[in-house]
Design a protein around this ligand. Structure first.
Ligand code: AHR
Length: 506
């Protein structure tokens, strides 16, 4: 039997709600059809935003949304997406499927969506093919309250009051699709662009995010930190508030991005390989974090993992440029493991945005016309929502062992524990074994016998179980009852291939 010891008197870092963040790009059917159907659609909507999708995201407690890309961000010229819709420029989305982008979803629509969702805003701006002026004017258009050319233009376009930008991304993947820059070159560009992201009087300071590394490119992190970190004393908050990191879990590929493996049809060996590759996030966060620590030992700068998740081959018969993939229990486990990793590193990881929100890569929802289904990944985000804003508790898992073989060997159980402001303890656990359940003796170091389970749920199924438009509830969050009270806490039996959430109350 495994043992999970929780020091319930040891509050550590706050788990920033933004760790549970999402990403929406002008890619495939994420924005158009997924989120936005237009005011005249037969699909129920409010100001063009799908009601079913908005309601489900609120239920999941979406804390922040990143937009408009991705690679699309460094080709996006925001002025194309404002003003009367019939006059907006049409363009070809060269990155994603070569389809016509009519710019009917632009700045006003993004802020309307975030208002409906009640979430924070993360706008990723264009460095690769944009200008400093363009970026600076976009910030002015969105946030300036007084009289100015851009504020006046916003008002002419029907929005008197400014909006709030919580985060600005200064370019995306500038080592690749965002301009193929060297870290030294990008770092200098970052310094210049960020200078003109103004915090206008009376507005909340914008958090500026510098483009970070691709996966294990530690050189990028070091070189960018060397140049972009503000070394002046006292450290001026606001020069650089975050450094991004992108990492995708590719189930089968070695070097060939053209073959990543099917989303639903895979062997047990590939299942464990995927779990092990997903768990590589622990090493990435630790090693990039150690470099950041050299410059920023007080952890003032957040690591923003603003793209992560499983990337498989597209569903057969769909546009390869649309990145539409199904989502199984394997996705649920990668999500559950990764979110546990982020929680445990919440002293450094301040935001994470799974890619992408809907109909693209590891989505929480899929749509087909008027139909919408929630994926196994949705269930995990819903189950883990109690961690948002809670304090991480020190926890130590013993004797759970490993699953998978050789290079695919990976911990059987991933866990994290937090305490909410009302004193409820939130425990989330995964069981990555396809065959064996796992008993976990959960021990609280302080007064464990006084606690009982107040809420518990599970998502479980076969490794490739998934929901379809004809069978939408094959994998879903269900009530969990495989636990019993003990003298020091609770004993839990995790089913094979499952993610479990247990909440304890005094
Ligand atoms: O999420 C899909 C793409 O992956 C993004 O546009 C890009 O930033 C990354 O390479």
């Amino acid at each position: 039997m495994a043992k999970l010891v929780i020091n319930n008197e040891s509050k550590k870092s706050t788990i920033n709600p933004e760790i549970y963040g999402h990403f929406s790009e002008h890619l495939g059917r994420c924005i158009y059809e997924g989120l936005y159907v237009g005011e005249n659609s037969d699909i129920p909507n409010v100001n063009g935003m799908r009601t079913d999708v908005v309601e489900a995201l609120k239920e999941m407690k979406i804390p922040v949304l990143r937009w408009p890309g991705g690679c699309f961000a460094d080709e996006y010229h925001w002025m194309d997406g404002i003003g009367p819709k019939e006059k907006r420029k049409k363009m070809i989305n060269t990155h994603w499927g070569g389809v016509v982008e009519d710019n009917s979803f632009g700045t006003h629509e993004f802020f309307e969506l975030c208002k409906q969702l009640g979430c924070k805003t993360y706008v990723n701006m264009n460095v690769g093919s944009g200008t400093v002026r363009e970026m600076s004017e976009w910030v002015e258009y969105i946030t300036f309250k007084g009289v100015s050319p851009m504020a006046d233009l916003r008002k002419e376009n029907g929005h008197e009051e400014p909006w709030t930008i919580d985060y600005v991304g200064v370019g995306n993947e500038n080592w690749g699709c965002g301009g193929n820059m060297r870290p030294e070159y990008y770092a200098d560009e970052y310094r210049r662009y960020q200078t003109y992201i103004r915090n206008y009087a009376g507005t909340q300071p914008i958090q500026k995010i510098c483009c970070g590394a691709n996966s294990a490119d530690y050189t990028w992190t070091r070189k960018v930190m060397e140049t972009c970190f503000d070394h002046s004393e006292p450290h001026q908050h606001g020069f650089m508030d975050g450094l991004s990191l992108h990492y995708y879990t590719l189930p089968e590929t070695v070097d060939d991005w053209n073959f990543k493996g099917s989303a639903t049809d895979f062997t047990e060996e590939v299942f464990y390989q995927t779990i092990a590759r997903g768990a590589f996030m622990e090493e990435l966060v630790t090693r990039h974090g150690a470099i950041m620590d050299e410059f920023d030992p007080d952890k003032k700068i957040g690591m923003m993992v603003d793209e992560w998740g499983i990337w498989t081959d597209v569903e057969p018969g769909t546009n390869p440029g649309f990145l539409y993939q199904q989502n199984t229990m394997r996705d649920a486990l990668v999500a559950g493991n990764t979110l546990n990793i982020f929680n445990k590193h919440s002293d450094r990881v301040k935001m994470a945005n799974i890619a992408q929100l809907i109909n693209v890569l590891q989505s929480v929802m899929l749509t087909e016309g008027e139909k919408m289904i929630k994926t196994p990944t949705y269930a995990v985000f819903h189950m883990y929502r109690h961690h948002q804003g809670a304090s991480l508790l020190l926890s130590d898992l013993m004797d759970a062992g490993c699953v998978g073989k050789d290079k695919n060997e990976v911990a059987k159980v991933f866990e994290s524990v937090s305490v909410s402001d009302d004193g409820v303890i939130n425990i989330t656990l995964t069981n990555n074994s396809l065959e064996a359940s796992e008993d976990v003796d959960v021990v609280l170091t302080d007064n464990g016998s006084a606690y009982s389970v107040c809420e518990a749920s599970v998502v479980t199924g076969k490794m490739n179980a998934h929901n379809t438009f004809d069978a939408p509830d094959v994998v879903k969050e269900e009530e969990f009852s495989a636990y019993s009270k003990t003298d020091s806490g609770v004993k839990v039996t995790l089913p094979a291939c499952s993610v479990v959430s247990i909440r304890l109350k005094k």
